[in-house]
Structure formats: structure tokens, C-alpha cells
Design a binder for this molecule. Sequence first.
Ligand code: ADP
Ligand code: MG
Length: 699
Amino acid sequence: MPGIDLNTDITYLHGVGPARAKVLKETMGIATFGQLLGYFPLRHIDRSRIYYTHELQPDMPYVQLCGKIIGFEHLGVGSKRRIVAHFTDGHGVVDLVWFNSLKYIEQSYKQDVLYVVFGKPTVFNSRFNITHPEMERADRVELSRMAMQPHYSIPEKAMKRGITQRVMVSLITSLLQLLQQPLPEVLPPSLVASMRLVGRDQAMRAIHFPGNSSVLSQVSYRLKFEELFFIQLNILRYSRQRQQRYRGLPMSCVGDFFNTFFHTRLPFPLTGAQKRVIREMRIDMGSGRQMNRLLQGDVGSGKTLVALMTMLLALDNGYQACIMAPTEILAEQHLQSFRSFLGDMPVRVELLTGKVTGRKRKEVLAALKTGEVHILVGTHAVIEDNVAFHNLGLVVVDEQHRFGVAQRGKLWRKNVTPPHVLVMTATPIPRTLAMTVYGDLDVSIIDELPPGRKPVKTVHRYESRRADVYAGVQKQIELGRQAYVVFPLIKESEKMDLQNLEAGYERLCTLFPQYRLSKVHGQMKPQEKDREMELFASGQTQILVATTVIEVGVNVPNASVMVIENADRFGLAQLHQLRGRVGRGAEQSYCVLVTSHKLSEETRRRLQIMTETNDGFEIAEADMKMRGPGALDGTQQSGIAFELKVADLVRDAQIVQQARDAARRVLEADPTASLPGNLPMWQHLATLKSQTVDWSSIS
Ligand code: ADP
Ligand code: MG
């Protein structure tokens, strides 16, 4: 019998007519045999056990009962219309509830027939209910074969149109019977052998019906590995091609700019981590390859200085450098700190933002073109088409997650040979995620804070104790320090949030008549915002009332306390970023998270993590565990789809690493994609890329 084509339309499967095919396609994305086969179960459930009704607990995920229906009842009207079957096994009564096909239900389920009922028990009107249970006549159930039943994730819509768990099981069963020829292997045979992987044919079948848990763990390992392997293969191959295509600007020289700075201008010794990453970049930039590096360092770890010293290396080799920041405030801060770091060194640093206009702008652009400007500091303005460099050699992108891939790409074209690129982020990205999202970037990590930093003391307080909180703020201001008070502001509830912020501002003005306050939020005009920020930065105001606009980069070392109102409305990464605004000086700093008493379990956990640790990496890991990788900053714009089917970047971190190592070995052995044994692998990669739009943009 010839092999069955997996691209065959699903209507050709026994049990699938045009109506069912339509449902499968519209609600579950299953249009072909292959897609059905690849619709892996969410989990496997032990259905060899029957519970008694008196054993039921409200938190049980699924149970199976065996008993009889003792009567039907029609209840409710309109969309609440339902049929309830009272069901008993002699130990108690459970209500089975259906909201659709009421007539059909009443006709097909008979009283006095013994049924096995499967579903999730919930408590309603102090009685256990199972809504839309699966029913099977007990004499047709073979419990011994039910130990590892697949359980598919079936959308509500599909369920309503008849796609039950049982239907899925029967469709998959008929499909597997039809597929008599083994499914071809897509991994290189040598890899399958050396890693002792289950073959693809066995894996694809057994993931549905594993039989026992040890088989399940072997086949799911194999499938996770395969999924992650192809992602890594794609990334690594892409990065190889990029390295071959673009020769990097050669920057092997360490000259006067760098050395003079190092010996005469450096205001403090570099931390070990700063030294290490500067060395990594020096080697990278001198290697003849184009540098494409992600620099991760927690807030306050000293990335700016590292960026400056790397730019001096570019200058030493005769090139210009530029740094792009996400906001005007940040760009101006960089300008100021660069100028003060450099002092009287003959390095010309200029600013280019939307605010630089008229004659000044013309002057900067002209001096940039002749090469008189060594370092350009700016916002998005620097990637505009009319900005031309004389000889751009290095681009630094600060706070990466605010820039999209496309914007980064634009910078590349600012020189015939693309400049070296350094992307800096303070949002630590867990390793597995970095390997997957930024897989083609090399990663440097500053994992050490400058000495003398005292970790910010963080506490959680309820609104009812706000008076104490502000007494603490007053104490700090009396010591000569400054304070931030932060309010949430999101688009969905913008109006109320602004009112909230205004009310808070008024409250503080009344509470602290002796102090001066600044106020900053996203709705203000940029000039107004900047003026208020400057008043605070220069110490003329003592309290800054603000929204998250201060989240990124703002540096006022004298600020030693931050109060975050409605802290429950911020995510972990955001809270950590905000908190990074304090603790930048030598003084002990404080962060107070204020909330109401009504908090969900998850929110409590989040606030607790904040009070327990200052370590951005720990927080990022926790965040990823709680919300899943797709929710993290920086992943949305990266272009990768986080719809991993079987693997999980948190739980399967180890497999991510193994898949990456394996992909690298395969590429090294077969750099030109010409080994016959790897042919199916390359073909499979091409298929994957053509099927998933987002795949092509991983880079
Ligand atoms: P971030 O990594 O958040 O961008 P910054 O570069 O703004 O951090 O650095 C935070 C502060 O630490 C700055 O005031 C900077 O001058 C200072 N700093 C940087 N490196 C060191 C060091 N090695 N020793 C002491 N202070 C440092
Ligand atoms: Mg910074």
C-alpha cells in the first residue's frame, strides 16, 4: 500500500464529513491529516480509576463516576436554558448539566442504564455538578486500557459543535490505523542514535497513546527536542550565513582614546564584570566578524560606562560611534554623563533628538558627515534617512526592548559595511529565552553591581497604613533625600488613572505643604515633562509624582525612596525597573509597594518576590514561570512566535541547551548542507519555515 500523504484533506478521514471538517478547521486549525496527527494531547489522564460520589472534592481536575440517571429536569430560560440529569452511584447524587442539544441528550441517555461519566466536578447550589460530561455505557468501557488517556485541548466553540474528547480519540485512532507506513525520520540518523532518541514514527503515535508513563516521558522528550532543535538549527544557520556575508569592520587597535580615558579619566575602578564584557567586545570587534551582541545588566550595573568605553575603541580605529536611547530624557542624560566622563578629552559628542532643530540640527548633521562629530547620542531621530555619517563603526542601542527589529535593521544601513552592534538591556532575559529569541546574538552579562551599593529595602503595605508610609517619606526628605511616588497609568483605564494620579498629587501637596513637588505623566507636553524632570533632577523639588514614564534609565542618585501606589497593577519586570530608580547612591534606599487588602494569590506572590530579592535575573525567571515567556518584555517585538507546541522554555531549559549544542554539531559537520543523511532534516526545516510566518523572522 502506498504511503498516505499527510497533506491529505481531513475530509478523507473516516468519521469526518464536510460539517465536521469545517469545525475542525475553523476552531482548531486542523485541515489535514498531518495537522490532526500533530494536535498533541494537552496531558494524559488516568481513567482506569472510578471514584465514588462521596469522594468528590471541589478541586479535583477530572473524575470518573459510574452510576445511573434517576431523572431529568429542564431549568432556566434563554441562554441559561439547560437540562440537568440527576445521577447516582448509590453513595450520593451528582447533577450532570448540558446547555445545548437538550432534546438529543434526553433522548439518547436512558435511565436504568449504567454509565461511566467523566468530567470536572464543580460545586453549585451546594451540590456537585459536572457540566457537559462525557458519557459512555459502562459495558463498553474497558478500564484496563484507560490508564493513559489522551486529553486534548478543545476550544469551547468546537466542543459546542460536537468535537468531544471522545471524538478526538476516535479520529486520531482511525488516522493512526490509516498510516500504516512508518513516518519518515527528520532528524539526522546519527543524532537519533547518539542521543538515543525515540524514532519519529513511534513518537508521533505514542504521544497520543503512550500506554505507560515511561514511554510518555521518552516520546515527549523526543518531540520537545525536535521542536527546539529546529528552532536552534534555523537561528544558528542564519547567524553563520550572516557572518559569512558581512565581514565586520576590523577594529583590532586599542589606542589613545581608550588608554587616555582608562588611565586618566576613569572616576572609579571598573567592576570585574565590566572588565570582562569590555574584553569580550574588544575581541569581538577585532575578530573580522561583525559584532552583534546583547549586553544584559541589571539596573545600575554600569552599562553606560561600558558603552562609552566600547565607543572609544571604535574611535581608536578611526570610526564614529552612536548610541540610541528610547526617550529624549535618556538621550540627554547620556549626553551629560558622556561629557562629564570625558572631561577635556578631544572627543566631540553631540545630541540629535526631535528637539534639536534649525541651525543647531544643520550644524550637527554637517559635522557628522565630515567626521568631526565622534559620538552621536540620540533617539529615533538618528535613524532617519537624512542622517548620514562619515564612517559609522559602532551602534549602541540602549534599553533594547523599546526598539523593534526593523528599527535596528535601519541602523545597519548607515555604513556600506554594517557597523558593529551592541544592544543593551536592563530587562534581564532568562537564558533559555535569550537563546531562543536572540539566538543569533552573542550575549554578555554584567552580573555584578558597583561596590558599596546597598540593596533597596522593599516592603509591602496596605492602603490603611498610608500615613505611616508617608511619615517614612518625610523622614528621608528631612535627611536631604528625594522621593518618587508612582501611579499606574494604562490606556484601558487612562481617564480614571489620571484622576487617581491628580488626586494623589493633591493629597501629597496637602500632606507636605513645606515641600515642592513635581509631576510627570505621559499626557504632558514633552517640554513640560522635561522641565518637571529637571526640577527634580537638580534637587529643586523633593517629591516626583509620576507614572511609569520614569521606568527607564532616569538617574537621580539622591532619590532614596519610592512609593508605588496600586502596586498590584504592575508586572514584576515593571516593578523591578521602577525600583531601579532608587538605590543609585550610597545611601540606604527604600521601596514601598502600596495596595488594597483585596489581592489575588498570584499578586501576593508577585509582591512577595519583590520584597525578597533585588536580583533582576531571579525576578525575570519568576516572571517567566508565572506568566509564560510570551508575556515578557522584549519578546513581542522580537518577531518569534511563542507558540511552542510541546516544549516549555522554563521547564525544559536543559533541553534548549542540548538542542542548541546538537544543532551546532550538525552544522559544523555539514556546513554546506550537502550530507545525504541530513537531506530530510533540511527539507523539514524548509517546510517548517514555509508553514509558520513567524519562523522566518527569528533572528
Ligand atoms: P545602567 O546599567 O542601569 O545603565 P548606569 O550606567 O546608569 O547603570 O550606572 C549607574 C551608576 O553607577 C552611574 O552613576 C555610574 O556612574 C555608576 N557606576 C558605573 N560603573 C561604576 C563602577 N565601576 N564603580 C562605581 N560606580 C559605577
Ligand atoms: Mg542605563
